[in-house]
Design a protein around this ligand. Structure first.
Ligand code: WT7
Length: 644
């Protein structure tokens, strides 16, 4: 594979950027020529942010799996597409070549057909990090079914809500998943999610941990049996193949649920053509991928990072993608470095929270680790503090591997702002420059562009984007109006990211964090309203307010102020609340701190003054800002005194 669109110098970046803004259609049309289309598009871009309506490569016909697999077979069939590193380092590594990937994806596509899945149907995938998860995702794409992967940390209730929202009739899961020292009983969580469910027709279960599972006749089938049967069906002269279904560029590829400021997660919808071009283009340029390199993205495929930079970006580029089943601290805190040496990893892409946590183990886990294969390091998911950046640079990159700080979101499909490894300059804790095609703008609360600079020449505002890039979300599943109000209505004719940012005199951006009621806990996005809803479901709770506070490792921690009607003991109630949140959302949303209060600071119109609660949670007791509109200022002192 060669990448004629790979940017090799700062000048080339500037040139590409200028072209992409001056004539986006010519620019992206030329890039899209590098992919496999059954039929070329009629129009590169149609758009307005008002509705919004965004179409890239409209009229184009393709199948993304032909781009991720088939087109590589002739030249790279025996090259590794996926290297799978198991949770237990003693277990056998699996190397999945492009040929093998092709075979498995074809088999699974047939399995889906055999089980009644049709183009456009939604398939929910709830699995651990095993190659079969990639087969499931790509199998869906091969037949034009819409996958919706749910991260293994979400509870039965969360799954039930998502199944209902997506109107999904099919599930692919595992008996269980290994994560560190734990076995997570995935199928049993699915069974709980399906109590009372009348729409799910089929559950396909892969055996990973061989934990006992309830297999319901007529509903549940074993992956292994289905795959074997499919193989005999589609094998011809020793070749197993399933013809990819021809799709429109603007047909949905997947739904991925993510949290916002309301209590209910939104199903972000990405479509095939634009998403493919965007993930590939950003992958090739940001990481400066060279053929043969091993790319290790440590995210879970349950999040957008895994979709874009374990599966679609790397595979569409014919890369070798390393997939890791376990966690960074198992069996010890040297695991990432062992994996790096074992597989000669060239590119390591991880989250600041993981870096901070590994930093906390000191130098010991790094003893005897070579790490000389590393060429590029990346971070994603939250702002990286300078201390963590330098630790990563010195101890892991040994000061010779550029670090890319990639800013993006579930909604953006791929990275929007990042330096290009070794090509454009890195600045610690700055995401730096926009990718070609991305036009950021900083606005004030009224949506007016901020131009005023501080004494260092820095502009500060809410980060918006002026025009669509190929990977932008198209809608929120089943509710287009929600997409409009969430992203396109805050400021006229702009996509609003929900983040605040700084811009320096050279046009570099630094993301300062969310400006809405969304938290970023260990790189996981959690809406405060969702956590409040979950807490309020506990019988003893009258009302609650949830805010974030700075946390050394997680980036942000969850701080909950809770009013209870009766107390058993505070300790007991606290445990019950944690259990409730685990049930309703999942363990990832458990508050780090719970403070019981008798009232919340409210304005006369009944609005909670979150600013005050946030300051107290942060430990800022003096400058709470204007509290003159508070109904009962006395409650603030009580809350200050009871801070936990
Ligand atoms: C939010 C999106 C993008 C994949 C993982 C998270 C924050 C993401 C960075 C970065 C500072 C970042 C933003 C964004 N974020 N990357 N490099 N620097 N902040 O995806 O769950 O959709 O969350 O993560 O606040 O809005 P997500």
């Amino acid at each position: 594979m060669s990448y004629p669109y790979q940017i090799k110098s700062l000048e080339a970046y500037k040139e590409a950027y200028k072209k992409s803004v001056d004539d986006p259609e010519a620019f992206w049309g030329a890039i899209a020529e590098n992919f496999l289309w059954r039929k070329k598009w009629d129009k590169v871009l149609n758009w307005n942010f008002k509705e919004p309506k965004i179409e890239w490569f409209a009229g184009g016909k393709l199948n993304i799996t032909e781009n991720c697999i088939d087109r590589h077979l002739a030249t790279m069939g025996d090259k590794p597409a996926i290297i799978w590193e198991p949770n237990n380092p003693e277990e056998r590594v699996r190397t999945v070549t492009y040929n093998r990937l092709h075979k498995r994806v074809c088999q699974f596509a047939q399995v889906l057909i055999n089980n009644g899945v049709k183009k456009g149907d939604r398939v929910c995938i709830y699995m651990g990090m095993i190659p079969e998860l990639a087969y499931a995702v790509l199998g869906c794409a091969r037949i034009g079914a819409i996958h919706s992967v749910i991260f293994g940390g979400f509870s039965a209730q969360s799954i039930a809500d998502r199944l209902e929202d997506a109107k999904a009739a099919f599930i692919v899961t595992c008996d269980g998943a290994y994560r560190g020292a734990k076995d997570i009983p995935l199928k049993s969580v699915i069974d709980d999610a399906l109590v009372g469910n009348k729409t799910v027709k089929r559950v396909i279960v892969y055996t990973r941990t061989r934990t006992p599972v309830a297999m319901l006749k007529g509903r549940d089938v074993w992956w292994e049996d289905e795959m074997e049967h499919a193989e005999t069906q589609i094998e011809k002269d020793g070749v197993v193949s399933f013809p990819a279904v021809e799709m429109d560029a603007e047909d949905p590829l997947f739904i991925l649920y993510t949290s916002g400021s309301t209590g209910k997660p939104k199903g972000v919808v990405h479509t095939i053509g634009g998403y493919m071009v965007w993930t590939n283009y950003t992958f090739v340029n940001i990481f400066q991928y060279q053929p043969g390199q091993v790319h290790f993205c440590t995210a879970d495929i349950g999040w957008i990072t895994g979709h874009s930079y374990i599966v679609y970006g790397p595979l569409s580029a014919g890369a070798t993608s390393l997939m890791f089943e376990g966690i960074p601290t198992y069996p010890d805190a040297g695991r990432f470095w062992d994996i790096t040496d074992k597989h000669k990893v060239d590119i390591l892409y991880t989250a600041p929270t993981a870096i901070r946590s590994l930093m906390g183990f000191g130098a010991d886990p790094l003893k005897g680790k070579n790490l000389s294969s590393l060429k590029v390091l990346g971070t994603v998911g939250e702002p990286i503090n300078e201390e963590a950046w330098h630790w990563y640079d010195e101890n892991i990159g040994r000061k010779r591997s550029p670090i890319v700080d990639t800013w993006w979101q579930t909604e953006t499909g791929g990275t929007l702002i990042s330096n290009l490894a070794g090509v454009t300059p890195a600045i610690p804790s700055w995401a730096t420059l926009p990718m070609p095609g991305v036009q950021p703008i900083l606005v004030d609360e009224q949506g007016k562009e901020v131009t005023e600079k501080d004494e260092h020449g820095i502009i500060k505002g809410n980060l918006c984007i002026k025009a669509p890039w190929p990977g932008i979300l198209r809608t929120t599943y089943g509710d287009h109006e929600r997409c409009r109000t969430n992203y396109f209505a805050t400021y006229e004719n702009l996509y609003f990211t929900g983040d605040g940012a700084l811009k320096d005199a050279n046009g570099n951006y630094r993301i300062t964090g969310r400006v809405d009621d969304v938290l970023n806990v260990s790189g996981h996005r959690i809406g405060t309203a969702e956590v409040e809803n979950a807490i309020n479901m506990h019988t003893g709770v009258v009302e609650s307010a949830v805010v974030g506070y700075p946390h050394d490792i997680k980036g942000q921690g969850i701080y909950a102020y809770v009013i209870c009607s009766q107390h058993e003991s505070e300790e007991q109630t606290r445990k019950d609340i944690l259990q409730t949140v685990t049930r309703v959302i999942g363990a990832i949303a458990k508050p780090d701190k719970i403070q019981f209060v008798s009232g919340l600071p409210k304005t006369r119109s009944g609005k909670i003054m979150r600013r005050v609660l946030r300051k107290i949670a942060e430990g800022e007791m003096q400058n709470l800002g204007d509290t003159s509109t508070l109904l009962d200022p006395g409650v603030v002192d009580e809350i200050k005194n009871g801070r936990v």
